[in-house]
Design a protein around this ligand. Structure first.
Ligand code: ATP
Ligand code: MG
Length: 563
Protein backbone atom coordinates (compact mmCIF):
# COMPACT_ATOMS: atom_id res chain seq x y z
CA UNK A 1 0.00 0.00 0.00
CA UNK A 2 1.43 3.40 -0.90
CA UNK A 3 1.55 6.13 1.70
CA UNK A 4 -1.17 7.92 -0.22
CA UNK A 5 -3.57 5.01 0.17
CA UNK A 6 -2.68 4.81 3.82
CA UNK A 7 -3.89 8.28 4.52
CA UNK A 8 -7.36 8.66 5.86
CA UNK A 9 -9.91 9.99 3.42
CA UNK A 10 -11.05 13.59 3.55
CA UNK A 11 -14.78 14.16 3.78
CA UNK A 12 -15.19 14.63 0.04
CA UNK A 13 -13.31 11.44 -0.78
CA UNK A 14 -15.41 9.61 1.79
CA UNK A 15 -18.57 10.92 0.12
CA UNK A 16 -17.35 9.91 -3.32
CA UNK A 17 -16.46 6.42 -2.17
CA UNK A 18 -19.90 6.13 -0.63
CA UNK A 19 -21.49 7.26 -3.91
CA UNK A 20 -19.42 4.79 -5.88
CA UNK A 21 -20.48 2.01 -3.55
CA UNK A 22 -24.16 2.85 -3.78
CA UNK A 23 -24.00 3.16 -7.56
CA UNK A 24 -25.14 6.77 -7.58
CA UNK A 25 -24.45 8.46 -10.96
CA UNK A 26 -23.90 4.93 -12.32
CA UNK A 27 -20.41 4.96 -10.90
CA UNK A 28 -19.38 8.05 -12.84
CA UNK A 29 -17.20 10.77 -11.29
CA UNK A 30 -17.23 14.11 -13.03
CA UNK A 31 -15.92 17.30 -11.44
CA UNK A 32 -15.20 20.74 -12.84
CA UNK A 33 -13.05 23.73 -12.09
CA UNK A 34 -15.16 26.83 -12.77
CA UNK A 35 -13.09 30.03 -12.75
CA UNK A 36 -14.55 33.35 -13.66
CA UNK A 37 -12.17 34.88 -16.21
CA UNK A 38 -11.97 38.19 -14.40
CA UNK A 39 -8.41 37.95 -13.10
CA UNK A 40 -5.43 35.66 -12.80
CA UNK A 41 -5.59 32.53 -10.69
CA UNK A 42 -4.14 32.57 -7.19
CA UNK A 43 -2.91 29.95 -4.75
CA UNK A 44 -6.47 29.52 -3.44
CA UNK A 45 -7.56 28.50 -6.92
CA UNK A 46 -4.64 26.10 -7.00
CA UNK A 47 -6.18 24.33 -4.04
CA UNK A 48 -9.47 24.02 -5.89
CA UNK A 49 -7.72 22.87 -9.08
CA UNK A 50 -5.75 20.21 -7.25
CA UNK A 51 -8.91 19.09 -5.50
CA UNK A 52 -11.12 18.86 -8.58
CA UNK A 53 -8.56 17.47 -11.01
CA UNK A 54 -7.01 15.36 -8.27
CA UNK A 55 -10.30 13.66 -7.37
CA UNK A 56 -11.07 12.95 -11.01
CA UNK A 57 -7.68 11.33 -11.38
CA UNK A 58 -7.92 9.33 -8.20
CA UNK A 59 -11.37 7.96 -8.97
CA UNK A 60 -10.96 7.42 -12.70
CA UNK A 61 -13.26 10.28 -13.51
CA UNK A 62 -12.99 13.45 -15.52
CA UNK A 63 -12.62 17.10 -14.62
CA UNK A 64 -13.91 19.84 -16.89
CA UNK A 65 -12.56 23.31 -17.22
CA UNK A 66 -15.47 25.67 -17.31
CA UNK A 67 -15.20 29.40 -17.56
CA UNK A 68 -17.98 31.01 -15.61
CA UNK A 69 -18.27 33.96 -17.94
CA UNK A 70 -21.61 35.46 -17.06
CA UNK A 71 -20.40 38.97 -16.31
CA UNK A 72 -19.15 40.55 -19.55
CA UNK A 73 -17.99 43.77 -17.95
CA UNK A 74 -15.18 42.27 -15.89
CA UNK A 75 -14.11 39.42 -18.13
CA UNK A 76 -11.42 39.22 -20.72
CA UNK A 77 -9.63 36.73 -23.01
CA UNK A 78 -6.32 37.67 -21.41
CA UNK A 79 -7.65 36.04 -18.26
CA UNK A 80 -8.96 33.00 -20.12
CA UNK A 81 -5.52 32.42 -21.61
CA UNK A 82 -3.67 32.93 -18.35
CA UNK A 83 -5.99 30.53 -16.54
CA UNK A 84 -5.33 27.79 -19.08
CA UNK A 85 -1.60 28.34 -18.90
CA UNK A 86 -1.66 28.16 -15.10
CA UNK A 87 -3.69 24.94 -14.94
CA UNK A 88 -1.41 23.26 -17.47
CA UNK A 89 1.62 24.43 -15.56
CA UNK A 90 0.21 22.86 -12.42
CA UNK A 91 0.19 19.62 -14.35
CA UNK A 92 -3.49 19.10 -15.14
CA UNK A 93 -5.21 18.46 -18.46
CA UNK A 94 -8.85 18.92 -19.42
CA UNK A 95 -8.41 17.45 -22.93
CA UNK A 96 -11.38 18.49 -25.03
CA UNK A 97 -13.49 19.41 -22.05
CA UNK A 98 -13.13 23.18 -22.23
CA UNK A 99 -16.47 24.82 -21.67
CA UNK A 100 -17.88 28.27 -21.21
CA UNK A 101 -21.05 29.13 -19.34
CA UNK A 102 -21.71 31.50 -22.24
CA UNK A 103 -22.05 28.46 -24.52
CA UNK A 104 -25.18 27.69 -22.55
CA UNK A 105 -26.83 31.11 -22.83
CA UNK A 106 -29.44 29.84 -25.31
CA UNK A 107 -30.35 26.88 -23.13
CA UNK A 108 -30.40 29.04 -20.01
CA UNK A 109 -32.77 31.44 -21.71
CA UNK A 110 -35.07 28.56 -22.63
CA UNK A 111 -35.06 27.46 -19.02
CA UNK A 112 -35.85 31.00 -17.91
CA UNK A 113 -38.89 30.95 -20.18
CA UNK A 114 -39.84 27.56 -18.79
CA UNK A 115 -39.85 28.95 -15.27
CA UNK A 116 -41.92 31.92 -16.41
CA UNK A 117 -44.41 29.55 -17.98
CA UNK A 118 -44.58 27.57 -14.78
CA UNK A 119 -45.39 30.76 -12.94
CA UNK A 120 -42.04 30.59 -11.16
CA UNK A 121 -40.38 33.69 -12.55
CA UNK A 122 -41.42 37.25 -13.31
CA UNK A 123 -40.12 40.47 -14.78
CA UNK A 124 -39.71 43.11 -12.12
CA UNK A 125 -39.60 46.77 -13.07
CA UNK A 126 -38.58 47.94 -9.62
CA UNK A 127 -35.29 49.79 -9.52
CA UNK A 128 -32.22 48.12 -8.06
CA UNK A 129 -32.64 50.27 -4.96
CA UNK A 130 -36.26 49.22 -4.57
CA UNK A 131 -35.35 45.56 -4.97
CA UNK A 132 -32.66 45.97 -2.32
CA UNK A 133 -34.93 47.92 0.02
CA UNK A 134 -37.71 45.33 -0.12
CA UNK A 135 -35.49 42.32 0.50
CA UNK A 136 -35.79 42.70 4.26
CA UNK A 137 -33.10 41.49 6.62
CA UNK A 138 -32.30 38.02 7.88
CA UNK A 139 -34.78 38.54 10.70
CA UNK A 140 -37.32 40.72 8.90
CA UNK A 141 -39.17 39.22 5.92
CA UNK A 142 -38.99 41.03 2.60
CA UNK A 143 -41.90 42.65 0.78
CA UNK A 144 -43.36 41.25 -2.37
CA UNK A 145 -42.83 43.30 -5.49
CA UNK A 146 -45.91 44.92 -7.05
CA UNK A 147 -44.88 43.17 -10.30
CA UNK A 148 -44.75 39.74 -8.72
CA UNK A 149 -48.14 38.51 -9.83
CA UNK A 150 -48.08 39.54 -13.45
CA UNK A 151 -49.73 37.12 -15.87
CA UNK A 152 -47.44 34.63 -17.56
CA UNK A 153 -48.07 36.07 -21.03
CA UNK A 154 -47.03 39.53 -19.95
CA UNK A 155 -43.86 38.15 -18.35
CA UNK A 156 -42.96 36.21 -21.48
CA UNK A 157 -43.48 39.27 -23.62
CA UNK A 158 -41.39 41.49 -21.34
CA UNK A 159 -38.61 38.93 -21.08
CA UNK A 160 -38.45 38.65 -24.86
CA UNK A 161 -38.28 42.42 -25.13
CA UNK A 162 -35.56 42.56 -22.48
CA UNK A 163 -33.62 40.12 -24.59
CA UNK A 164 -34.17 42.03 -27.81
CA UNK A 165 -32.65 45.15 -26.32
CA UNK A 166 -35.71 47.31 -25.90
CA UNK A 167 -34.94 48.38 -22.34
CA UNK A 168 -32.00 50.21 -20.79
CA UNK A 169 -29.62 48.69 -18.26
CA UNK A 170 -31.04 48.38 -14.78
CA UNK A 171 -34.63 49.08 -15.81
CA UNK A 172 -35.86 45.51 -15.35
CA UNK A 173 -34.76 42.16 -14.00
CA UNK A 174 -36.11 38.65 -14.23
CA UNK A 175 -36.66 37.21 -10.76
CA UNK A 176 -37.46 33.75 -9.52
CA UNK A 177 -40.74 33.61 -7.63
CA UNK A 178 -39.84 31.74 -4.48
CA UNK A 179 -40.48 33.17 -1.04
CA UNK A 180 -40.00 36.74 0.16
CA UNK A 181 -40.23 35.54 3.75
CA UNK A 182 -37.64 32.80 3.51
CA UNK A 183 -35.09 32.85 6.32
CA UNK A 184 -32.52 32.35 3.56
CA UNK A 185 -32.08 35.71 1.88
CA UNK A 186 -30.97 34.01 -1.33
CA UNK A 187 -34.43 32.49 -1.68
CA UNK A 188 -36.20 35.86 -1.56
CA UNK A 189 -37.06 36.08 -5.24
CA UNK A 190 -33.45 36.15 -6.42
CA UNK A 191 -32.55 37.88 -9.65
CA UNK A 192 -32.02 35.50 -12.56
CA UNK A 193 -31.25 37.92 -15.37
CA UNK A 194 -30.14 41.51 -15.55
CA UNK A 195 -29.90 43.85 -18.53
CA UNK A 196 -26.38 44.79 -19.56
CA UNK A 197 -25.74 46.30 -22.91
CA UNK A 198 -22.17 45.16 -22.90
CA UNK A 199 -19.86 43.37 -25.30
CA UNK A 200 -19.05 39.84 -24.23
CA UNK A 201 -15.63 38.36 -24.99
CA UNK A 202 -17.25 35.35 -26.66
CA UNK A 203 -20.84 36.13 -27.55
CA UNK A 204 -20.07 39.63 -28.77
CA UNK A 205 -23.23 41.73 -28.91
CA UNK A 206 -25.66 38.85 -29.22
CA UNK A 207 -26.91 39.24 -25.70
CA UNK A 208 -27.88 42.25 -23.65
CA UNK A 209 -29.30 40.22 -20.78
CA UNK A 210 -26.96 38.08 -18.74
CA UNK A 211 -27.76 35.32 -16.23
CA UNK A 212 -26.68 35.66 -12.62
CA UNK A 213 -24.17 33.18 -11.21
CA UNK A 214 -26.91 31.30 -9.36
CA UNK A 215 -28.98 30.84 -12.48
CA UNK A 216 -26.00 29.66 -14.51
CA UNK A 217 -23.86 27.54 -12.29
CA UNK A 218 -26.05 24.61 -11.33
CA UNK A 219 -27.52 24.37 -14.82
CA UNK A 220 -24.03 24.37 -16.34
CA UNK A 221 -23.15 21.54 -13.97
CA UNK A 222 -26.27 19.70 -15.08
CA UNK A 223 -25.58 20.20 -18.80
CA UNK A 224 -22.07 18.84 -18.36
CA UNK A 225 -23.17 15.92 -16.23
CA UNK A 226 -21.14 16.99 -13.23
CA UNK A 227 -21.58 14.53 -10.40
CA UNK A 228 -19.81 16.46 -7.65
CA UNK A 229 -19.93 20.23 -7.78
CA UNK A 230 -17.36 21.40 -5.26
CA UNK A 231 -17.19 24.99 -4.19
CA UNK A 232 -16.10 27.12 -1.30
CA UNK A 233 -18.09 27.57 1.88
CA UNK A 234 -19.59 30.94 1.07
CA UNK A 235 -21.82 29.13 -1.42
CA UNK A 236 -23.37 26.95 1.23
CA UNK A 237 -26.23 29.44 1.61
CA UNK A 238 -26.74 29.32 -2.15
CA UNK A 239 -27.25 25.57 -2.15
CA UNK A 240 -31.06 25.64 -1.63
CA UNK A 241 -31.28 27.89 -4.66
CA UNK A 242 -28.96 25.63 -6.66
CA UNK A 243 -31.35 22.80 -5.87
CA UNK A 244 -34.50 24.85 -6.45
CA UNK A 245 -33.51 25.81 -9.98
CA UNK A 246 -32.56 22.27 -10.90
CA UNK A 247 -35.68 20.79 -9.28
CA UNK A 248 -37.85 23.09 -11.33
CA UNK A 249 -36.01 22.77 -14.58
CA UNK A 250 -35.12 19.13 -14.96
CA UNK A 251 -37.87 17.14 -16.53
CA UNK A 252 -35.79 14.12 -17.25
CA UNK A 253 -37.04 10.74 -16.13
CA UNK A 254 -33.45 9.73 -15.39
CA UNK A 255 -33.15 12.64 -13.04
CA UNK A 256 -31.36 10.88 -10.21
CA UNK A 257 -28.55 9.57 -12.33
CA UNK A 258 -28.00 12.99 -13.83
CA UNK A 259 -28.75 15.23 -10.93
CA UNK A 260 -25.75 17.17 -9.67
CA UNK A 261 -25.03 18.14 -6.07
CA UNK A 262 -23.07 20.94 -4.54
CA UNK A 263 -20.63 20.28 -1.72
CA UNK A 264 -18.75 23.02 0.05
CA UNK A 265 -15.25 23.06 1.48
CA UNK A 266 -13.26 25.72 3.31
CA UNK A 267 -11.40 28.14 1.09
CA UNK A 268 -7.71 28.60 1.49
CA UNK A 269 -6.75 31.63 3.54
CA UNK A 270 -3.12 32.43 4.14
CA UNK A 271 -1.51 34.91 6.48
CA UNK A 272 0.52 37.85 5.11
CA UNK A 273 -1.50 37.48 1.93
CA UNK A 274 -4.58 38.91 0.26
CA UNK A 275 -6.34 36.52 -2.02
CA UNK A 276 -9.41 38.19 -3.40
CA UNK A 277 -9.14 38.87 -7.11
CA UNK A 278 -10.65 42.29 -6.59
CA UNK A 279 -7.80 43.32 -4.31
CA UNK A 280 -5.16 41.65 -6.47
CA UNK A 281 -6.55 43.58 -9.44
CA UNK A 282 -6.27 46.77 -7.42
CA UNK A 283 -2.61 46.03 -6.64
CA UNK A 284 -1.97 45.56 -10.35
CA UNK A 285 -4.02 48.51 -11.61
CA UNK A 286 -2.56 50.96 -9.13
CA UNK A 287 0.95 49.71 -9.82
CA UNK A 288 1.69 48.61 -6.29
CA UNK A 289 3.21 45.55 -7.93
CA UNK A 290 4.68 44.88 -11.32
CA UNK A 291 1.74 43.07 -12.91
CA UNK A 292 -0.19 39.91 -12.09
CA UNK A 293 2.96 37.83 -12.32
CA UNK A 294 4.99 39.98 -9.97
CA UNK A 295 6.93 37.41 -7.95
CA UNK A 296 5.48 38.81 -4.74
CA UNK A 297 1.91 38.11 -5.83
CA UNK A 298 0.09 35.00 -4.54
CA UNK A 299 -0.98 34.34 -8.12
CA UNK A 300 0.07 31.12 -9.78
CA UNK A 301 1.90 33.15 -12.43
CA UNK A 302 3.63 35.15 -9.69
CA UNK A 303 4.69 32.01 -7.84
CA UNK A 304 5.95 30.55 -11.10
CA UNK A 305 8.07 33.61 -11.78
CA UNK A 306 9.28 33.57 -8.23
CA UNK A 307 10.60 30.06 -8.82
CA UNK A 308 7.92 27.87 -7.31
CA UNK A 309 7.62 24.49 -8.97
CA UNK A 310 4.33 22.78 -9.84
CA UNK A 311 5.28 19.92 -7.50
CA UNK A 312 5.72 22.30 -4.60
CA UNK A 313 2.33 23.90 -5.16
CA UNK A 314 0.59 20.53 -5.53
CA UNK A 315 2.31 19.34 -2.40
CA UNK A 316 1.17 22.39 -0.54
CA UNK A 317 -2.42 21.80 -1.62
CA UNK A 318 -2.14 18.20 -0.47
CA UNK A 319 -0.79 19.20 2.94
CA UNK A 320 -3.41 21.87 3.45
CA UNK A 321 -6.09 19.29 2.75
CA UNK A 322 -9.80 19.90 2.56
CA UNK A 323 -11.93 20.66 5.54
CA UNK A 324 -15.34 22.00 6.31
CA UNK A 325 -14.14 24.77 8.59
CA UNK A 326 -12.40 28.02 7.72
CA UNK A 327 -8.86 28.51 8.94
CA UNK A 328 -5.76 30.44 8.01
CA UNK A 329 -2.69 28.65 6.77
CA UNK A 330 0.77 29.92 7.61
CA UNK A 331 2.52 31.15 4.48
CA UNK A 332 5.60 29.47 5.99
CA UNK A 333 4.10 26.12 4.98
CA UNK A 334 4.02 27.17 1.33
CA UNK A 335 7.63 28.32 1.59
CA UNK A 336 8.54 25.05 3.25
CA UNK A 337 7.02 23.09 0.36
CA UNK A 338 9.11 24.90 -2.22
CA UNK A 339 12.30 24.54 -0.18
CA UNK A 340 11.67 20.87 0.25
CA UNK A 341 11.30 20.37 -3.48
CA UNK A 342 14.17 22.62 -4.52
CA UNK A 343 16.49 21.13 -1.93
CA UNK A 344 16.11 17.80 -3.67
CA UNK A 345 16.37 19.03 -7.21
CA UNK A 346 18.26 22.25 -7.53
CA UNK A 347 21.74 22.88 -8.79
CA UNK A 348 24.05 24.42 -6.20
CA UNK A 349 26.22 27.32 -7.18
CA UNK A 350 28.12 30.04 -5.41
CA UNK A 351 27.23 33.66 -5.73
CA UNK A 352 27.98 36.72 -3.63
CA UNK A 353 25.29 39.36 -3.31
CA UNK A 354 26.94 41.81 -0.95
CA UNK A 355 30.57 41.67 -2.03
CA UNK A 356 33.68 42.33 -0.02
CA UNK A 357 36.97 42.16 -1.84
CA UNK A 358 39.48 39.56 -0.67
CA UNK A 359 43.04 39.48 -1.97
CA UNK A 360 45.06 36.32 -1.38
CA UNK A 361 48.51 37.82 -1.14
CA UNK A 362 50.43 34.57 -1.41
CA UNK A 363 48.50 33.39 -4.49
CA UNK A 364 50.35 34.28 -7.72
CA UNK A 365 48.97 37.13 -9.76
CA UNK A 366 47.49 36.06 -13.07
CA UNK A 367 47.17 32.44 -11.99
CA UNK A 368 43.86 30.62 -11.68
CA UNK A 369 42.87 27.02 -11.17
CA UNK A 370 39.67 25.02 -11.47
CA UNK A 371 38.42 23.31 -8.36
CA UNK A 372 35.78 20.62 -8.08
CA UNK A 373 32.43 21.51 -6.59
CA UNK A 374 29.46 19.25 -5.89
CA UNK A 375 26.33 20.09 -7.88
CA UNK A 376 23.83 18.73 -5.42
CA UNK A 377 24.73 16.93 -2.20
CA UNK A 378 21.19 15.48 -2.17
CA UNK A 379 21.62 13.84 -5.55
CA UNK A 380 25.01 12.52 -6.53
CA UNK A 381 23.84 11.82 -10.06
CA UNK A 382 24.03 15.54 -10.63
CA UNK A 383 27.80 15.28 -10.54
CA UNK A 384 30.39 17.99 -10.08
CA UNK A 385 31.53 21.15 -11.81
CA UNK A 386 34.66 23.28 -11.92
CA UNK A 387 34.90 26.55 -10.02
CA UNK A 388 37.76 28.92 -10.79
CA UNK A 389 39.91 30.18 -7.92
CA UNK A 390 42.27 33.13 -8.17
CA UNK A 391 44.03 35.81 -6.17
CA UNK A 392 41.08 38.22 -6.20
CA UNK A 393 37.88 36.99 -4.64
CA UNK A 394 34.60 38.23 -3.27
CA UNK A 395 33.00 37.03 -0.07
CA UNK A 396 29.87 38.37 1.63
CA UNK A 397 30.31 41.47 3.73
CA UNK A 398 28.30 39.73 6.44
CA UNK A 399 30.92 37.02 6.65
CA UNK A 400 33.50 39.39 8.08
CA UNK A 401 33.53 41.26 11.37
CA UNK A 402 36.36 43.40 12.56
CA UNK A 403 35.39 42.95 16.18
CA UNK A 404 33.55 39.67 16.27
CA UNK A 405 31.48 38.57 19.21
CA UNK A 406 32.16 35.14 20.69
CA UNK A 407 30.87 32.31 18.53
CA UNK A 408 31.31 34.26 15.32
CA UNK A 409 32.93 31.55 13.26
CA UNK A 410 33.31 33.45 10.05
CA UNK A 411 36.18 35.70 9.09
CA UNK A 412 37.81 38.22 11.47
CA UNK A 413 41.30 39.72 11.72
CA UNK A 414 43.71 36.86 12.37
CA UNK A 415 41.10 34.12 12.05
CA UNK A 416 41.08 31.21 9.66
CA UNK A 417 38.09 29.88 7.69
CA UNK A 418 37.46 27.44 4.88
CA UNK A 419 36.43 28.67 1.47
CA UNK A 420 34.06 26.03 0.23
CA UNK A 421 35.67 23.58 -2.21
CA UNK A 422 38.83 25.73 -2.17
CA UNK A 423 41.32 26.47 0.61
CA UNK A 424 41.72 27.58 4.17
CA UNK A 425 42.41 31.30 4.31
CA UNK A 426 43.57 33.57 7.13
CA UNK A 427 42.78 37.26 7.39
CA UNK A 428 46.02 39.23 7.70
CA UNK A 429 45.01 42.81 7.12
CA UNK A 430 41.93 44.99 6.87
CA UNK A 431 41.87 47.82 4.32
CA UNK A 432 39.51 50.74 4.93
CA UNK A 433 38.42 53.73 2.89
CA UNK A 434 38.49 57.34 4.07
CA UNK A 435 35.14 56.83 5.85
CA UNK A 436 36.54 54.02 7.90
CA UNK A 437 34.53 51.36 6.03
CA UNK A 438 36.15 48.02 5.36
CA UNK A 439 36.73 47.71 1.61
CA UNK A 440 39.18 44.87 1.30
CA UNK A 441 40.73 42.03 3.23
CA UNK A 442 44.27 40.91 2.66
CA UNK A 443 44.48 37.18 3.35
CA UNK A 444 46.81 34.25 2.88
CA UNK A 445 45.82 30.78 1.80
CA UNK A 446 47.24 27.43 2.80
CA UNK A 447 48.18 25.62 -0.43
CA UNK A 448 48.08 22.32 1.47
CA UNK A 449 44.35 22.67 2.16
CA UNK A 450 43.18 22.24 -1.42
CA UNK A 451 39.55 21.20 -1.76
CA UNK A 452 38.91 22.72 1.65
CA UNK A 453 40.47 19.75 3.42
CA UNK A 454 42.52 20.25 6.54
CA UNK A 455 46.18 19.39 5.88
CA UNK A 456 47.10 18.52 9.47
CA UNK A 457 43.89 17.91 11.34
CA UNK A 458 43.58 21.52 12.42
CA UNK A 459 39.99 22.60 12.51
CA UNK A 460 38.23 25.67 11.22
CA UNK A 461 34.66 26.27 12.23
CA UNK A 462 33.47 28.51 9.43
CA UNK A 463 32.94 27.65 5.79
CA UNK A 464 32.23 30.55 3.47
CA UNK A 465 31.01 30.77 -0.09
CA UNK A 466 33.00 32.96 -2.45
CA UNK A 467 33.59 33.75 -6.10
CA UNK A 468 36.64 34.66 -8.12
CA UNK A 469 36.18 38.35 -8.89
CA UNK A 470 37.55 38.28 -12.40
CA UNK A 471 35.59 35.17 -13.41
CA UNK A 472 32.28 36.01 -11.79
CA UNK A 473 29.22 36.94 -13.83
CA UNK A 474 27.63 40.18 -12.78
CA UNK A 475 23.91 39.64 -12.26
CA UNK A 476 20.84 41.42 -11.06
CA UNK A 477 19.50 39.82 -7.93
CA UNK A 478 15.97 40.47 -6.77
CA UNK A 479 15.41 39.76 -3.13
CA UNK A 480 11.76 39.36 -2.34
CA UNK A 481 10.05 39.47 0.96
CA UNK A 482 6.39 39.22 1.92
CA UNK A 483 4.15 41.77 0.29
CA UNK A 484 2.38 42.53 3.56
CA UNK A 485 4.02 43.16 6.86
CA UNK A 486 0.94 42.40 8.91
CA UNK A 487 -0.07 38.83 9.47
CA UNK A 488 -3.63 39.86 8.73
CA UNK A 489 -3.45 42.46 5.94
CA UNK A 490 -7.13 43.30 6.40
CA UNK A 491 -6.53 44.46 9.94
CA UNK A 492 -6.40 48.22 9.48
CA UNK A 493 -6.66 51.35 11.55
CA UNK A 494 -9.49 53.71 10.88
CA UNK A 495 -9.09 55.51 7.58
CA UNK A 496 -6.49 53.04 6.33
CA UNK A 497 -6.82 50.24 3.83
CA UNK A 498 -4.99 46.98 3.24
CA UNK A 499 -2.54 48.99 1.15
CA UNK A 500 -1.25 50.62 4.32
CA UNK A 501 -0.15 47.20 5.51
CA UNK A 502 2.12 46.63 2.55
CA UNK A 503 5.73 45.84 3.31
CA UNK A 504 7.81 48.68 1.91
CA UNK A 505 10.87 46.46 1.75
CA UNK A 506 9.28 43.62 -0.14
CA UNK A 507 11.70 44.02 -3.03
CA UNK A 508 15.40 44.81 -2.92
CA UNK A 509 17.43 44.77 -6.09
CA UNK A 510 21.17 44.24 -5.72
CA UNK A 511 24.07 43.36 -7.96
CA UNK A 512 25.45 39.92 -7.42
CA UNK A 513 28.52 38.07 -8.64
CA UNK A 514 27.99 34.48 -9.63
CA UNK A 515 30.45 31.78 -10.52
CA UNK A 516 30.94 31.46 -14.30
CA UNK A 517 29.15 28.11 -14.47
CA UNK A 518 25.99 30.17 -14.77
CA UNK A 519 26.99 31.44 -18.21
CA UNK A 520 26.29 28.20 -20.01
CA UNK A 521 23.95 26.56 -17.55
CA UNK A 522 20.46 26.05 -18.88
CA UNK A 523 18.56 25.16 -15.76
CA UNK A 524 16.22 27.61 -14.11
CA UNK A 525 16.44 26.78 -10.42
CA UNK A 526 19.56 27.20 -8.34
CA UNK A 527 20.47 27.12 -4.75
CA UNK A 528 23.00 29.87 -4.18
CA UNK A 529 24.94 28.29 -1.35
CA UNK A 530 24.01 29.75 2.02
CA UNK A 531 21.77 32.41 0.42
CA UNK A 532 18.65 30.64 -0.74
CA UNK A 533 16.92 29.39 -3.82
CA UNK A 534 16.96 31.52 -6.92
CA UNK A 535 15.15 31.37 -10.21
CA UNK A 536 16.40 32.71 -13.49
CA UNK A 537 13.94 35.33 -14.69
CA UNK A 538 13.51 34.99 -18.43
CA UNK A 539 11.05 37.84 -18.75
CA UNK A 540 13.49 40.62 -17.97
CA UNK A 541 15.97 40.57 -20.79
CA UNK A 542 18.67 43.08 -20.09
CA UNK A 543 22.40 42.76 -20.36
CA UNK A 544 22.78 41.01 -17.05
CA UNK A 545 21.00 37.84 -16.07
CA UNK A 546 18.27 38.39 -13.49
CA UNK A 547 17.64 36.04 -10.59
CA UNK A 548 14.59 36.10 -8.37
CA UNK A 549 15.00 34.78 -4.90
CA UNK A 550 12.37 32.10 -4.47
CA UNK A 551 13.03 31.53 -0.77
CA UNK A 552 15.75 31.89 1.79
CA UNK A 553 17.18 28.75 3.37
CA UNK A 554 15.68 29.38 6.79
CA UNK A 555 12.79 27.04 7.29
CA UNK A 556 10.65 27.44 10.35
CA UNK A 557 8.45 24.60 9.13
CA UNK A 558 11.09 21.95 8.57
CA UNK A 559 10.80 20.48 12.06
CA UNK A 560 7.04 20.82 12.34
CA UNK A 561 6.51 19.13 8.99
CA UNK A 562 8.64 16.13 9.94
CA UNK A 563 6.54 15.27 12.98
P1 ATP B 1 -11.92 35.47 -5.33
O1 ATP B 1 -12.93 35.47 -4.23
O2 ATP B 1 -10.53 35.29 -4.89
O3 ATP B 1 -12.07 36.61 -6.26
P2 ATP B 1 -13.55 33.68 -6.74
O4 ATP B 1 -14.12 32.64 -5.87
O5 ATP B 1 -14.43 34.79 -7.14
O6 ATP B 1 -12.19 34.17 -6.14
P3 ATP B 1 -13.66 32.12 -9.10
O7 ATP B 1 -12.96 32.34 -10.36
O8 ATP B 1 -15.12 32.30 -9.06
O9 ATP B 1 -12.96 33.06 -8.05
O10 ATP B 1 -13.25 30.72 -8.47
C1 ATP B 1 -13.10 29.52 -9.19
C2 ATP B 1 -13.13 28.37 -8.22
O11 ATP B 1 -12.04 28.49 -7.31
C3 ATP B 1 -14.40 28.36 -7.40
O12 ATP B 1 -14.87 27.04 -7.33
C4 ATP B 1 -13.97 28.87 -6.06
O13 ATP B 1 -14.77 28.35 -5.05
C5 ATP B 1 -12.51 28.39 -5.98
N1 ATP B 1 -11.73 29.26 -5.11
C6 ATP B 1 -11.60 30.59 -5.17
N2 ATP B 1 -10.85 31.06 -4.16
C7 ATP B 1 -10.48 29.97 -3.42
C8 ATP B 1 -9.71 29.78 -2.24
N3 ATP B 1 -9.16 30.81 -1.60
N4 ATP B 1 -9.55 28.53 -1.77
C9 ATP B 1 -10.10 27.48 -2.41
N5 ATP B 1 -10.83 27.60 -3.51
C10 ATP B 1 -11.04 28.82 -4.03
MG1 MG C 1 -16.43 34.22 -8.05
Amino acid sequence: MSSEENKSLNFIEAMIEEDLKSGKHNGRIQTRFPPEPNGYLHIGHAKSICLNFGLAKKYNGKCNLRFDDTNPVKEDVEYVDSIKEDIRWLGFEWEDREYFASDYFDQLYEWAKLLVKKGLAYVDESSADEVAATRGTPTVPGKESPFRNRPVEENLDLLERMKSGEFPDGSRVLRAKIDMASPNMHMRDPVMYRIKHAHHHRTGNKWCIYPMYDFAHGQSDFIEGITHSLCTLEFEVHRPLYDWFLDNIIEDSDVNAKRTHQTEFARLNMNYTVMSKRLLLQLVKENHVDGWDDPRMPTISGLRRRGYTPESVRNFAERVGVAKRENTIDVGLLEHCVREDLNKSSQRIMGVINPLKVTIENYPEGKSEDLDAVNNPEDENMGTRKVPFSRNLFIEQDDFMEEPPKKFFRLAPGSEVRLRYAYFITCKKVVKNENGEVVELICTYDPESKGGNSPDGRKVKGTLHWVSAEHAVESEIRLYDRLFEKENPYDTKEGETFLDNMNKDSLKIVTGYIEPFIKDATMNHYQFERLGYFYRDRKITGEKPVFNRTATLRDSWAKIAKQ
